[in-house]
Each structure stands twice: as structure tokens, then as C-alpha cells.
Design a protein around this ligand. Structure first.
Ligand SMILES: C[S@@+](CC[C@H](N)C(=O)[O-])C[C@H]1O[C@@H](n2cnc3c(N)ncnc32)[C@H](O)[C@@H]1O
Length: 247
């Protein structure tokens, strides 16, 4: 599995603060995401796979607050998987395991014990080139539902936004990330093709005032937009949506 050495998700470029802080202080969006999911798919006794689980923070929150049967986390980054495994051991969390895995690898063959009720992916589809491979990967795991938190747009437009972090003194790209925003209508159509026909959607809103140190860098902060609160990062308005698709 080769990760672009300039990607902000390559081990040498990782924002450790982002991944480690949320283990102790889960994001408001994480709490609302699971509240939303639990409303439609009661999580008690469920088996869940988290695609691109990072340091496992979302699964730790999930295991602590809902009575799940079994959870698995997949991520391509071995450092983050190690961090997740260490915390699981330290806190003696049962029925939770992590695996280094490329979630765009369609040759993945699941072992017969991996039988999830649901697959989740949080704040990840937008940082990939596209969502199609991950959704195919997810449906190959044969879950009853697939629930994501990602950036979406109501119109028939996909925005492929590459963020190139440049050197101070010349235009050389030192790090890269994506903030893709997908047409929600077309995303849903894609899921329906695989039999995920029941759809529930919620746009993430928070009363919390998000702040960032330097608005010229990337980092979420609250703004007032058309009379209501919105989230911005650099020049981009972040419309996070929770989208649940089930059979
Ligand atoms: C924005 S972070 C989100 C992490 C976590 N879901 C969260 O909410 O904190 C994106 C994650 O996607 C992982 N990732 C990127 N491409 C991947 C791939 N092809 N396969 C597996 N993980 C991938 C990165 O290592 C990183 O942990």
C-alpha cells in the first residue's frame, strides 16, 4: 500500500494533535453522528466497521457510549493503527480490533468472521480522490447499512478540491490534501444501485463557536452566513452531512 509522501496522511506529515486530541475530547460532529445513526439503527448489540478510523477515537467513543457487540477499525496508516491498538490495550476495551487496510483496495477478501451490521466512515470520503471505490469496498462487506459524514452539495455538481500547501518562498507543493464536495443526489443514486434504498440525511449544525488560530491556514471556524451559523476552513464552506443508506 503506497501513500503519496506529500499527503497529510503520510506518517511523516501527520497532524498528531488532530488525531490524539479527539481520543480524549471527541468532536461534537462525532457525538451528533452517532446520535443520528442510533436514532435510525439502534446501536445496541450491533457490529460495526469504521473505514479510515484514524487513531480510533470515533470507535472509542462509540464503544463507551453504546452497547455494541463488536467493532473493527481499518486505516492505511500504520502509526495511527498502532496508536489505536495501544489505547485499546491500555483501557482494556473488549471486542474492538484494528487493522492496517487500504479501503480502496477492491481485491480485499474478507474473512468469514467479519460480518458487520453496518459500515461507517467519518470525514474521509472528501479527502479521497472519489467515493466510488470506498463505497464498493463497503458494500462488499455486505452490511445492512452504510453511514457516512462527508461534505456534500445539493446540486448536480461534484467539486474536486485539491489543497496544495506551498513553501513560503516558492510555489513548490510540500503537502497535499483534498476537500472534495460531492453531489448528494448522485451519491445517493450510487448507493441505491447496490440496494441501499432507504436514505436518511441530516446536515451537521452546532451552536458551539469553532475557532482557529490562523484563518490563512486550513482549520475549521464558525462564521455567520445568510443569517445562520456555518463552518469555514480556509476559503471553503464546510457543509458536513450525515447520510445513512440502508437495505
Ligand atoms: C480526515 S482523517 C479522518 C479519520 C477519522 N475517521 C476521524 O474522523 O478522525 C482521514 C483518514 O483516512 C485515512 N485514509 C486515507 N486514505 C485511505 C485509504 N486509501 N485506506 C485507508 N485509510 C485511508 C488516513 O490515514 C486518515 O486516518
Amino acid at each position: 500500500m503506497s501513500v503519496n509522501s506529500k499527503s497529510i496522511y503520510h506518517t511523516k506529515n501527520l497532524d498528531h494533535d488532530y488525531f490524539e486530541k479527539q481520543i480524549v475530547h471527541p468532536y461534537e460532529s462525532t457525538k451528533q453522528f452517532f446520535k443520528f445513526l442510533n436514532k435510525y439503527k439502534p446501536l445496541k448489540n450491533k457490529k460495526i466497521i469504521d473505514l479510515a478510523c484514524g487513531s480510533g477515537a470515533n470507535l472509542f467513543y462509540l464503544k463507551k457510549n453504546f452497547d455494541l457487540k463488536q467493532c473493527w477499525g481499518f486505516d492505511q496508516n500504520s502509526y495511527l493503527i498502532k496508536t489505536a491498538k495501544k489505547f485499546t490495550k491500555k483501557k482494556n476495551i473488549k471486542s474492538l480490533s484494528f487493522k492496517r487496510q487500504d479501503i480502496e483496495d477492491l481485491n480485499f477478501r474478507k474473512n468469514k468472521d467479519l460480518r458487520p451490521d453496518g459500515v461507517i466512515s467519518i470525514q474521509t470520503l472528501s479527502i479521497l480522490n472519489d467515493y466510488e471505490k470506498v463505497i464498493k469496498f463497503a458494500k462488499n462487506l455486505k452490511p445492512n447499512f452504510i453511514c457516512v459524514n462527508s461534505l456534500f452539495w445539493q446540486g448536480d455538481i461534484d467539486f474536486k478540491i485539491a489543497v496544495n500547501f506551498l513553501k513560503k518562498n516558492n510555489r513548490k507543493t510540500v503537502k497535499i490534501n483534498h476537500y472534495n464536495i460531492y453531489s448528494i443526489k448522485h451519491y445517493i443514486k450510487f448507493l441505491k444501485k447496490f440496494g441501499y434504498k432507504k436514505i436518511s440525511i441530516k446536515k451537521f449544525k452546532t451552536k458551539k463557536k469553532l475557532q482557529t488560530k490562523n484563518k490563512n491556514l486550513m482549520g475549521s471556524y464558525s462564521i455567520n452566513l445568510d443569517g445562520s451559523s456555518a463552518i469555514k476552513s480556509g476559503p471553503i464552506i464546510l457543509d458536513w452531512y450525515f447520510v445513512l443508506a440502508s437495505k
